[in-house]
Design a protein around this ligand. Structure first.
Ligand code: ZN
Length: 161
């Protein structure tokens, strides 16, 4: 399910509380975030992105983000899904190079290395497409546990995601 994006949306700038993941179960770790919330008003469709500066309530750092309109956010999400699909499709012929000459170390290196690289790139793009909120800056669109992370309130269940 895609993340719900709204024109006026409650957003939280979170500051990571633990450097090393807190153990949740035997093979799962969690990172806790604490921060302040504010209401983001996106520009109307067709208008350029707006810059928004927020001060972290934990460390006092001032962070600037580009806030995109709903239409621009959807386009960014679609472009990233398309790029993920292209890289995923490209994985097959790159791995297929191995069939040309399986005894050549150069072909094996290109096949396995290139195939792995295109697959991992596709995976990263798909994860970032799912994280696309139209609030761009400081690595906010990439999966992971950065020092500062943006969360939006999911209107369906009220969770911060
Ligand atoms: Zn901070």
């Amino acid at each position: 399910m895609a993340l719900a994006i709204e024109r006026n949306q409650h957003t939280m700038l979170g500051h990571r509380q633990n450097f090393i993941g807190r153990s949740v179960s035997y093979n799962t770790a969690a990172w806790d975030y604490r921060g302040r919330t504010w209401a983001v008003e996106r520009p109307a469709d067709g208008e350029p992105a707006r810059r928004c500066t927020v001060t972290c309530s934990v460390c006092g750092e001032r962070l600037t983000y580009n806030v995109h309109s709903l239409a621009a956010t959807r386009r960014r999400r679609v472009r990233r899904w398309i790029a993920a699909a292209v890289f995923l499709v490209a994985t097959v012929p790159v791995f297929g190079l191995i069939a040309l000459d399986p005894s050549s170390p150069v072909v094996l290196s290109i096949g396995y290395g290139g195939g792995s690289l295109t697959f991992v790139t596709s995976w990263g793009l798909a994860l970032s497409a799912g994280q696309e909120r139209g609030l761009v800056g400081h690595g906010s669109i990439w999966p992971g546990y950065a020092k500062h992370k943006l969360f939006v309130r999911n209107t369906e269940d009220g969770r911060w995601v």
